[in-house]
Design a protein around this ligand. Structure first.
Ligand code: EPU
Length: 420
């Protein structure tokens, strides 16, 4: 297993170009199942999760050509599409459950292994299943698998989501593309990745309106064609490097970012004291000597992203004063607290909140990535900690950051990847 050795580095300075968003590209790949012709997806980042989605599509019978250098994937429809997604692949990555909607739409039957819990919480899928049922599918659970089927085809319906779940919105939206009549998803998630998926579906010939608002209307069509689509930039990677600039008192210009996608992060960085300049597609973040404590609450988009919570916690751990972070999206997304505390931080968990008493500095030690974003946060912590920080279990990081050390080293960080 590999690990990263992170040394205390000076201010990170330079420019960095953001690649395509993991949380978009995985859904675009799942959506390609719906098309009758080949689909081409551009700006595909080289990530473990992308490799898992390729394995899954291939297991379903599709052919996938991945040109890593060109960051492009071509998905060719299956001669015979299999409707069963096996446990071996689903258990590697929860997002693989997103093939259920497209399979149900295209084959009228889908059998997908039940995704388990994960390091950030139980993450049920009840909202996905209620959506499929509302569209007329019969859903049964047994032997660790979920089966959804319809003899006569899906029929549009009104669906209210109890919580604006990203995955449920996407799965239902894809299932509804070829349902008879209109589907209305209320209290839908509004994340930029939802809009990206809706745009791709529309390029394939679907009729999806309202993505990015809390009401999405899908008018069913008979078939979907192939399409070519460019993935949106990864707003969470951008947010991670924005925090790195403030944390190391550096000066980083982030290119190929949609600045409106990271507004809540920009706002909080300004409150902390960082200096920000932005245009439509770039953000420059400059750190200052004394960072101030701030309170923040994670929320569905356009609120502060849960996926940037751990990185921000590291920043607040070395800011002056007491900050409170409240996590409302996932019930168990504070496992990184114990690791950051091992580096000398003073953070206490009280229910769904973390109370962070800023300290003067952190010390390097051995820590482990408890999930993807927690891992990135520990790498950031290592950049300002005295001595060397050894970050273990970095396969989590590789799931969502294409070579995090390469990006940070280009900005002046001292990081070594060691393959044990
Ligand atoms: N939830 C339910 N029932 C459901 C679905 C969700 O109760 O049927 C709950 C979850 O348990 C959780 C909350 O709703 O507490 C939010 O879950 P959501 O469905 O919105 O998240 P997701 O689709 O599973 C995606 C991202 C996550 C990101 C969240 C929130 C992907 C592949 N994953 O997950 O990204 O944190 O939205 O923005 O898109 C990451 O990239 O590190 C990551 C975890």
């Amino acid at each position: 297993m590999s690990k990263l050795l992170v040394e205390k580095s000076g201010p990170l300075v330079g420019r960095i170009r953001i690649k395509g968003a993991k949380n978009s590209v995985l859904k675009l790949m799942a959506a390609s199942i719906l098309a009758d012709d080949p689909c081409t997806i551009e700006s595909v980042p080289e990530l473990l999760d992308v490799e898992v989605m390729i394995q899954l599509l291939e297991a379903l019978g599709l052919k996938v050509d991945y040109n890593r250098e060109a960051e492009m994937i071509k998905v060719i429809p299956a001669e015979t599409l299999t409707c069963e997604a096996p446990y071996e692949i689903i258990q590697k990555m929860r997002a693989s459950f997103l093939v259920m909607g497209p399979l149900l739409a295209k084959k009228k039957i889908a059998k997908v292994s039940m995704p388990g819990g994960c390091d950030i919480g139980a993450r049920p899928i009840d909202l996905h299943l209620k959506g499929f049922q509302a569209l007329g599918a019969e859903v049964t659970l047994g032997h660790g698998y979920i089966e959804a089927k319809t003899e006569t085809g899906l029929v549009g319906a009104e669906i209210y989501l109890d919580f604006p779940s990203v995955g449920a919105t996407e799965n239902i939206m894809m299932a509804a593309t070829m349902a008879k009549g209109q589907t209305v998803i209320q209290n839908a998630a509004k994340e930029p990745e939802i809009v990206d998926l809706a745009n791709f579906l529309n390029e394939m010939g679907a009729n999806v309106r309202g993505a990015g608002t809390d009401t999405i209307r899908v008018n069913g069509v008979d078939k979907l064609n192939g399409a070519r689509h460019q993935t949106i930039p990864d707003r969470i990677i951008a947010a991670t490097y924005m925090v790195a600039a403030a944390l190391t008192k550096g000066d980083i210009t982030i290119e190929n970012v949609v600045s409106s996608h990271v507004k809540p992060v920009t706002a909080k960085l300004k409150e902390v004291g960082a200096i920000i300049e932005d245009g439509d597609d770039f953000i420059r973040v400059r750190g200052v000597d004394a960072l101030k404590a701030v309170d923040l609450t994670t929320l569905p988009y356009p609120g502060f992203p849960t996926d940037a919570q751990a990185q921000f916690m590291v920043l607040l751990a070395v800011s002056e004063g007491t900050s409170v972070i409240t996590e409302t999206v996932f019930e168990n997304r504070f496992r990184h607290v114990a690791e950051i505390n091992r580096m000398g931080a003073n953070i206490k968990i009280e229910g769904h909140s973390a109370v962070i008493q800023g300290v003067k500095g952190l010390q390097g030690t051995q820590v482990k990535a408890t999930d993807l974003r927690a891992g990135a946060a520990l790498v950031l912590a290592g950049l300002v900690a005295e001595g060397v920080t050894e970050v273990d279990e970095i396969y989590h990081i590789d799931r969502g950051y294409p070579q995090i050390e390469r990006d940070l080293m280009a900005l002046g960080a001292k990081i070594t990847r060691v393959d044990k």
